[in-house]
Design a protein around this ligand. Structure first.
Ligand code: NAP
Ligand code: MG
Length: 496
């Protein structure tokens, strides 16, 4: 377990940080070609941290050319697997050594609580990169059963130049989910972090270079989605895009691909995930704890947040009472104070979007049973509404804030129908003591991850991604993620 420092110690680290604000392209720092910048604000204090480069299409061209040249040179793509593994493992050690610095940088940039940055995000980044690095020299290709007159090999090759476009909710962790399997596979990467949360990505690129990742193999191009993101999506020399973000933007990447070079596209998108609690669920106190974590962890800025509680009427009253008790344990406040489990929302624009749902809930006649308050500094307190119908806006729209909607059902079949009545299908959980029902639910729920008697997202060894409009084209994590950064080649040798 990682040891936590005090608020004062984290504040001191924050004061001493000198975040790099330029992009990292071809092994060095680059300003934007037109000199423009974007202000980076700490959402908890409103203070300006720095101004990052607002890169241009020309900067993307330069990064893609650097990535292509590096790929073609073979300096990384053809490096011996054991050597590539050694470089990536050195990279993880550097991230660990700079763990507190990266955690504080992430915290002030995004508003996420330091306790999560230190105990979840940074260790998971290290674990993700190490897991994919360890895979490199343990996977074998295949030969096909083509008879004795020939030998047919089915080999994996790195897909080439990968564009990665990231969201702001788990900035450094989503970066790891993208770069670990793609770099392990031998690809070169051009990565655009979200404009609000680019600082850890730039620092990580610098550490990768220090670990021995060759120039041009891992580039970070900062800037806006409409300029840098679109230029990556439409680039004729990017072989694949891996994107995590909203469904609306994901849809654009499919169009960019269709309009350009039919690049591969993998999309990890939004969610409106159901937590189903059946009448026979055992240990309601633990269930309540899990429901609260599902709804409020990371301020609800979580694609797999359990934002719809679908509860069978027999246990509803008792469960809600326990949920409210547990919600009270989640302290909101200064993200640099390790006793706060909840920090600030990512920026004022998002804060305004989330708090608008307080008005929508009022208009639609939902019953506020907990919270419903916001505080200056982009803080929204955990909030629960009862008497929500699944067709209401609160139950259909991804709010991406700490707002839980309670929907009451009377039967198992109704619970499944309501849970699936959404355009999304990322994650779902079901709480029941009945083994048959738990498996029937796991089969019935149309979601990429179904957890039983807990809230969770699996781990690095399990694929993560969405059904329906929650995803497209592949999965993050696990060997499946590694495979999607490779393509298959058939090599046929005639022996006659
Ligand atoms: P977003 O608005 O879609 O932005 C994601 C990225 O796309 C940002 O880097 C953004 O750039 C860029 N972008 C915006 N407009 C673009 C355009 N026209 N062309 C190309 N790129 C463009 O999503 P977000 O608000 O950052 O992230 C929250 C969303 O991510 C939620 O829907 C959440 O569910 C989803 N998410 C999904 C997963 C998963 O694994 N399924 C994980 C985490 C988050 P700028 O914002 O910098 O301009
Ligand atoms: Mg910020």
């Amino acid at each position: 377990m990682t040891e936590l420092l005090t608020t004062e110690e984290y504040k001191k680290i924050a004061e001493q940080l000198t975040p790099q604000s330029m992009s990292f392209i071809n092994g060095g720092f680059c300003p934007s070609s037109n000199g423009e910048t974007i202000p980076v604000i700490n959402p908890a204090t409103g203070e300006l941290i720095t101004n990052i480069a607002a890169c241009t299409k020309e900067d993307v061209d330069f990064a893609v050319k650097s990535a292509r040249d590096a790929f073609e040179s073979g300096c990384w793509s053809k490096m011996h697997p054991a050597e590539r593994k050694a470089v990536l493992l050195k990279f993880t050690r550097l991230i660990e050594q700079h763990g507190d610095e990266l955690a504080v940088l992430e915290c002030i940039d995004s508003g996420k609580p330091i306790v999560d940055c230190v105990t979840i995000d940074i260790p998971e980044v290290v674990n993700t990169i190490a897991w994919h690095a360890e895979l490199i020299d343990k996977i074998y290709d295949q030969t096909a059963p083509v008879g004795s007159g020939a030998v047919a090999m089915v080999v994996r090759e790195p897909v080439g130049v990968v564009g990665a476009v990231l969201p702001w909710n788990f900035p450094i962790l989503m970066l790891a989910w993208k770069i670990a399997p793609s770099l392990a596979a031998g690809c070169s990467v051009v990565l655009k972090p979200a404009a609000q949360t680019s600082l850890t990505a730039i620092r990580v690129a610098e550490l990768a270079a220090e670990a021995g990742v060759p120039a041009g193999v891992f580039n970070v191009v900062t800037g806006s989605g409409s300029v840098v993101g679109e230029a990556i999506g439409r680039h004729m020399d990017v072989d694949m895009v891996t994107f995590t973000g909203s469904t609306a933007t994901g849809r654009r990447f499919l169009n960019y691909s269709a309009d350009s070079n039919i690049k591969e596209v993998v999309l990890e998108l939004g969610g409106k995930n159901p937590c189903v609690v059946l009448d026979d669920a055992e240990d309601l106190d633990t269930v309540a704890e899990q429901v609260v974590a599902a709804a409020f962890w990371n301020m609800g800025e979580n694609c797999s947040a359990g934002s719809r509680l679908i509860v069978q009427e027999g246990i509803k009253a008792e469960l809600l009472e326990k949920i409210i008790q547990h919600a009270k344990e989640w302290k909101t406040g200064d993200p640099l104070d390790p006793s706060n489990q909840l920090g600030a929302l990512v920026d004022k624009g998002h804060f305004d979007k989330v708090t608008k749902y307080f008005d929508i809930a009022k208009q639609d006649g939902h019953r506020l049973i907990y919270g419903g308050e916001s505080v200056d500094g982009c803080y929204v307190l955990p909030t629960i509404y009862d008497d929500v119908k699944n067709s209401d806006r609160l139950a259909q729209e991804e709010i991406f804030g700490p707002i839980l909607s309670v929907i009451t059902v009377s039967s198992f079949d109704e619970a499944m129908a309501v849970a699936n009545d959404t355009e999304y299908g990322l994650a779902a959980s079901v709480f029941t003591a009945n083994a048959k029902k738990s498996l029937r639910a796991a089969q019935a729920l149309r979601a990429g991850t179904v957890t039983v008697n807990c809230f969770g997202e699996g781990d690095i060894s399990t694929p993560f991604g969405g059904y329906k409009q929650s995803g497209f084209g592949g999965r993050d994590n696990s060997i499946h993620a590694h495979d999607q950064f490779t393509q298959l080649k058939t090599i046929w040798l005639d022996l006659a």
